[in-house]
Design a protein around this ligand. Structure first.
Ligand code: 2BA
Length: 150
């Protein structure tokens, strides 16, 4: 196997490693927290993107954000789930990449985010780049270089 040098590795386009939008579990703006909790529980992901009808990225939603929103003084107020909208509880803090970005920027951001959302120049959601995929590429890079230097 031919190994990449450091520059070639870092210059690889993120789009080569993206999980495309149709495979990414998401919720839509305007959805209820009840629906979102169902999606999060059924898919098993701890955090998923919030998109609008035109597939533009608005935020991220996790089970914790929903639970915190319905936490009363003495009990969890499940009856409020249907009236809360995902827009009210989602986080606007997420790692975002442009489709033109390279692995170098992804590596910087993935330290603080389990996955990075990838958007095009108009803000349309193209998919995600996960920490798992980046670590796999990094491992491949390290081991192929080691073998060639051995
Ligand atoms: P988490 O849901 O906290 O998942 C952490 C890691 O656990 C994942 O790391 C993956 O290795 C494993 N995992 C969790 N749920 C899984 C499932 N249903 N099938 C297979 N493996 C699963 P990463 O793959 O690096 O993903 C990082 C984060 O990216 C996930 O964190 C989740 O928030 C998000 N994510 C990954 N794939 C997604 C998808 N298809 N749709 C929506 N969100 C996704």
């Amino acid at each position: 196997m031919i190994s990449l040098n450091k520059r070639q590795f870092l210059d690889q386009p993120v789009m080569d490693f993206v999980i495309s939008s149709e495979k990414v579990a998401h919720v839509q703006t305007g959805n209820s927290a009840e629906h979102a909790l169902l999606v999060l529980t059924k898919t098993g992901y701890s955090s998923i993107p919030v998109l609008d009808a035109k597939y533009r990225l608005h935020g991220l939603l996790s089970t914790k954000m929903i639970t915190e929103a319905i936490l009363g003084m003495e009990r969890i107020e499940y009856e409020r789930l249907a009236s809360i909208k995902v827009d009210d509880v989602m986080s606007k803090e997420y790692g975002v990449l442009r489709t033109s970005d390279t692995l170098q920027r992804a590596l910087d951001l993935v330290i603080n985010h389990a996955f990075l959302c990838v958007v095009d120049s108009e803000g349309t959601f193209e998919g995600i780049l996960t920490r798992r995929v980046i670590l796999k590429q990094l491992k491949k890079y390290i081991y192929t270089r080691q073998e060639q230097n051995a």
